[in-house]
Ligand binder design. Structure first.
Ligand code: NAI
Length: 308
């Protein structure tokens, strides 16, 4: 199985690292526009093979899409990340041009690939990729919910003082500091609602920390995070390539689901070899429905900026 990662920066390289270390794909091609950069990252990663014991073949190329031919999955991480104080939304102008040219090139050589969009603002970039390519909606998947959900589980684990692997929780809605919706009502510790252990005030605090989880890291690191984003992409790619049919919150085109049309936004999806195999409609309560509608409006407004 072959995966191409466009963008050899922090997220792209971290994703290649997890994919190879965990043996998710047999071949990974990293492509970057910066001369020699992807080649360097690939060489560095391949020199881990003997000590960590993986067999994935990783190669790097400078903007040569012919080397990406016949990829099963293509991950798009090319673009600029945010700096402290910036919102994801401020990246739209530059990243829209990059994502559009990348998907065009990718499809020339991998016409049957499933495309995972990571570049921010991710919901809008996913929508752009979908409109620009005309691909069926199951083949364009935005990665944001997997990361936000894992941050949610992290903050829950800290509040509960329990391992995050014992906690199940999901974030839906837009992938933005003010648009994501951590579903505290449905979060559980070993099947028991977390509301049994945490007060509403504590849960609200966890939700608030989750929503600014990315901004917190950007403030600390001086640029946006990469380990958890890379691992979240690898988790999604694993479910596609190995047909695991995991339920993962992903940004996908809605056509009536959750009362929305013509936007890509985070909802629970079954992810398998065909990409998005099912959108799972969970019953939201009135407050969650209102939050989702508000989030969808914000994403829709952002999409309108694509035309301007
Ligand atoms: P980075 O700056 O470390 O890497 C970006 C790479 O893209 C650079 O190496 C650059 O040379 C390359 N690039 C730029 N234009 C290109 C083109 N036309 N073709 C090929 N390569 C090109 O940035 P980082 O931290 O890896 O973030 C990448 C993107 O992912 C950003 O937009 C960031 O906001 C987003 N992101 C999204 C997350 C999500 O959950 N969806 C999480 C974290 C980051």
């Amino acid at each position: 199985m072959k995966v191409t990662i466009v963008g050899a920066g922090n997220v792209g390289a971290s994703c290649a690292d997890v994919i190879s270390y965990r043996g998710i794909a047999s071949e990974v091609v990293i492509l970057d526009i910066k001369e020699g950069f992807a080649e360097g990252k690939a060489m560095d990663l391949m020199q881990c093979a003997t000590n960590t014991g993986f067999n994935t073949q990783i190669s790097g190329v400078t903007n040569d899409y012919s080397k990406t031919a016949n990829s099963d999955v293509v991950v798009i991480t090319s673009g600029i990340p945010r700096k402290p104080g910036m919102t994801r939304e401020e990246l739209i102008g530059i990243n829209a041009g990059i994502v559009k040219s990348v998907v065009d090139n990718v499809l020339v050589h991998s016409p049957n690939s499933i495309i995972v969009v990571v570049s921010n603002p991710m919901d809008t970039m996913t929508y752009l990729a979908l409109k620009a390519t005309g691909l069926p909606k199951n083949r364009i998947i935005g990665m944001g919910g997997a990361l936000d959900s894992s941050r949610f589980r992290y903050y829950l684990s800290k509040a509960l003082d329990k391992p995050s692997n014992d906690i199940s929780a999901m974030v839906i809605g837009g992938h933005g500091d003010t648009t994501m919706i951590p579903l505290t009502r449905l979060a559980a510790y070993n099947g028991i609602p977390v509301s049994e252990f945490l007060s509403q005030e504590e849960l609200d605090k966890v939700a608030a920390s989750t929503m600014v989880g990315g901004a917190t890291l950007t403030g600390l690191l001086g640029t946006s995070a990469w380990y958890a984003p890379g691992a979240s992409v690898a988790y999604l790619v694993d479910s596609i390539l190995n047909d695991q049919k995991k339920m993962i919150a992903c940004s996908v085109l809605l056509e009536g689901e959750y009362g929305q049309n013509d936007i890509c936004i985070g909802v629970p999806c079954i992810i398998g070899k065909n990409g998005v195999e099912q959108i799972v409609e969970i019953k939201l309560n009135d407050a969650e429905k209102a939050s989702f509608a508000k989030s969808a409006d914000a994403v829709r407004n952002m999409n309108a900026d694509l035309q301007s």
